[in-house]
Design a protein around this ligand. Structure first.
Ligand code: PMP
Length: 285
């Protein structure tokens, strides 16, 4: 992915894609002092750009690495990098991290907080799952306690278990993995939040140990506007059997129907299809 044409915004400057490099003694590479955002631009406009820029700043604060830019500056940088690459429909990746400094060790206050923003064309995250429903594995890894990590941060360190979960899922022919949290409650997929339908009502995990996704919040608003009851609550493993429909939400995943989690099967039902269609219309509006 590094050897291609294009431009990447790095620390206030537009650099050639191939030249957007960091030193091997970059703090983030050794100690995961890195936070990021995944966003999508539709028809020339990033969906909820300010919300993503704000979450990036919040993630940085949570990791004790204040990012030296404002929401407005980050928004402008994202628009600039899209324009520099001539893209109107693209995925946008902002990443803030502690760079190389005078010293190398766990403490990082002497290392500069850097920011880079790249963008590229990225289609459906789960391929044709939009129609038949994605197949999910159940991960053996658990989302950690909020006393272990700041779960509200979109922090690189939190993705190690996601990568391991996803590798295990793919080895079994699944497109992703669903993880439980440290208490055994249903948590999220490796890059998306999860929703279930039963008797016309919607159930989704409380965001008390997971990322409270921007797509998740958008979809909850959409459901409530339709008069559908949404229960944000702790969901037990034993409940999976009783749910009729299931879908994932995320910037990359958008609204993706789920057909199977482990041995549990779900139908790609009317509500799932309606929400997927409405979300598509909303982001392009
Ligand atoms: N959970 C995890 C672990 C994620 O990586 C993502 C993607 N950012 C989400 C949930 C969904 O968040 P959003 O809707 O803000 O993209």
């Amino acid at each position: 992915f590094d050897d291609r044409d294009g431009k990447i915004w790095m620390d206030g400057e537009m650099v050639e894609w191939r030249e957007a490099k960091v030193h091997i003694l970059t703090h983030a590479l050794h100690y995961a002092s890195s936070v990021f955002e995944g966003e999508r631009c539709y028809n020339g406009k990033i969906f909820k750009s300010s919300e993503h820029s704000q979450r990036l700043l919040t993630s940085g604060d949570l990791l004790d690495m204040p990012i030296p830019y404002t929401v407005e500056q980050i928004n402008a940088a994202k628009d600039a990098v899209l324009a520099a690459n001539g893209l109107t429909d693209a995925y946008v990746r902002a990443v803030a991290f502690r760079g190389a400094g005078e010293e190398m060790g766990v403490a990082s206050l002497a290392n500069p907080v850097r920011l880079a923003i790249a963008c590229w064309t990225w289609g459906a995250y789960y391929g044709d799952a939009k129609f038949k429903g994605a197949k999910l594995d159940i991960s053996k890894w658990k989302r950690p306690s909020p006393e272990t990590i700041p779960h509200a941060a979109k922090a690189a360190g939190l993705y190690m278990i996601c990568t391991m979960s996803k590798h295990a899922a793919q080895a079994k022919g699944c497109s992703d993995a669903m993880m439980f949290d440290y208490r055994g409650y249903v948590a999220e997929a490796t890059g998306a939040n999860i929703f279930f339908v039963k008797n016309g009502e919607v159930h989704t995990p409380l965001p008390d140990a997971i990322l409270n996704g921007i797509t998740r919040q958008t979809v909850i608003e959409m459901l409530k506007a339709k008069g559908i009851t949404v229960h944000e609550r702790h969901i037990e493993a034993a409940e999976l059997e009783g749910f009729e429909q299931c879908w994932l939400t995320g910037t990359a995943a958008e609204v993706t129907p789920v057909g199977q989690i482990g041995d549990y099967h779900f139908e790609v039902g009317a509500l799932t299809r309606d929400i997927a269609t409405e979300y598509e219309a909303l982001v392009r509006a």
